[in-house]
Write a protein that binds this ligand. Structure first.
Ligand SMILES: *Cc1c(COP(=O)(O)O)cnc(C)c1O
Length: 422
């Protein structure tokens, strides 16, 4: 993002151009920035652990154009559902370039996941006998809950530890691999995903040590060679101005050291190291451009825009902070204002108090920063406020990569029994 003569530019394109060509609200992604984010993470970890591969957790931003950018960079896909596997296949990823990490799977999920031929990553031992009814995967991994989780987003997003629904309890991990081995499965991996948006570099080696202690024992006792260990995602980005960024080099170096040391300690053949970040690739490469439509003075001054919890759910859902810029007014004197969307819900009043330009007015464009991750993918149609458009910027040019929804999208797939038409 750049400000030239007061006007905000995203990837070299002015937000006024974007708003006039595509309307508002619109998600805007910067292709060069996504590529740079991927390359930075890849080269840094690869430097310290050469047998390294990264997957992109597609739920974070599942536009096929975005998934294709990451595929071109060399990423595989981490999928949470069968439809995400289909999405990965649509962009040309399959086999060991796709990991199925769903949880609480239905029989249909299991059957289709197996038929798709991707790496199966089971969230619980109880899925294994159900899986074996349908067939035997070539390669299997289990998601381990090493007993510790962390999140900078809020407790809601802590996805390991005693309060989390994910992964296998450390004491049961050995039984899971034993059962799989006895069922004739020959190739194994291990997985964890212990947190999201972590900017503390030392956290990564710490949880890596926990996981390696669990699977190191499994390897020793059962004589299993783990082909890969997937440490999950969670590489964090700063959301607030002046918030320190993750020291990626330190995270990579200490994680690789811990990984190698623990593998040697348990006499394991050095497994491949995998990571499956998502926010780190696309979070700061996406913005949401909206417009101020109405301003009211009630108990306080509230600025109403077309960006609400339906277009960007994170603030209402997790209390997340997103920085807001006002086009052509960033240098103006500020006052404490509220800012909201257009839904009939008070959680849509997603900025209760913020220092914003005091002269903000109807018609102004606003830019919400760090909106690339868990933005569009969590949007919904409540109140008949339909999903926004998505635009990709490359080389100073903006291309539409998803149409703005229209009324037909709101009633599509609905059926009215004939008697109700009378
Ligand atoms: C969501 C998710 C990720 C990506 O998480 P980030 O915090 O965005 O890096 C990785 N792995 C799994 C299993 C996930 O569910």
């Amino acid at each position: 993002m750049e400000i030239r003569n007061g006007e905000i530019y995203l990837g070299g394109v002015s937000v006024e151009d974007i708003a006039s060509r595509f309307g508002t609200p619109t998600y805007v992604y910067d292709e060069a920035k996504i590529r740079a984010n991927y390359r930075r993470a890849y080269t840094t970890f690869k430097k310290y652990y050469p047998d390294f591969e990264m997957f992109y957790a597609v739920k974070c931003c599942n536009n096929p154009a975005i998934v294709n950018i990451l595929r071109q960079e060399g990423a595989g896909a981490d999928c949470a559902s069968v439809n995400e596997i289909l999405l990965a296949k649509k962009v040309g990823l399959s086999g060991t370039k796709v990991m199925f990490s769903g949880n609480f799977l239905s029989d249909d999920d299991i059957r289709q996941g197996l038929e798709s031929g991707v790496i199966f990553n089971l969230d619980d031992i109880s899925i294994l006998p159900r899986l074996l009814k349908f067939g035997r995967p070539e390669m299997l991994s289990f998601r381990v809950n090493p007993g510790y989780g962390k999140s900078n987003v809020g407790d809601f997003v802590t996805n390991a530890g005693p309060g989390a629904k994910f992964g296998i309890h450390p004491d049961k991990v050995i039984d899971a691999y034993r059962m799989a081995k006895e069922a004739g499965i020959k190739r194994f991996g291990a997985h964890m995903m212990t947190g999201s948006c972590i900017t503390d570099a030392d956290y990564f080696p710490f949880v890596t040590g926990l996981l390696m202690d669990i699977i190191g024992r499994v390897s020793k006792e059962l004589g299993i060679d783990f082909e890969f260990v997937d440490l999950g995602g969670g590489l964090g980005i700063p959301y607030k101005p002046n918030e320190p960024a993750l020291d990626l080099d330190r995270a990579a170096r200490l994680t690789a050291e811990m990984f190698s040391r623990k593998a040697a300690e348990y006499g394991m053949k050095a497994p491949q190291l995998k990571l499956e970040p998502a926010r780190y690739f696309v979070g700061n490469a996406g913005w949401l451009v909206g417009r101020v439509h109405s301003i009211k003075e009630s108990y306080k001054k509230i600025v109403g825009t077309d960006i609400g919890m339906n277009t960007l759910a994170r603030p209402a859902m997790y209390g997340s902070y997103h920085h807001i810029y006002v086009n052509r007014k960033e240098n103006c004197p500020r006052e404490t204002l509220g800012l909201c969307g257009q839904l009939c819900e008070n959680t849509d009043f997603w900025v209760k108090e913020r220092e914003l330009p005091a002269n903000i007015a109807e018609g102004d464009l606003i830019v919400v920063e760090n909106a690339g991750a868990y933005g569009f993918g969590m949007s919904y149609q409540y109140n008949g406020r339909l999903r926004p458009a998505e635009v990709l910027i490359n080389d100073g040019d903006a291309e539409l990569i998803r149409d703005r929804e229209v009324f037909e999208d709101m009633v599509r797939h609905t059926h009215v029994p004939e008697r109700l038409n009378q």
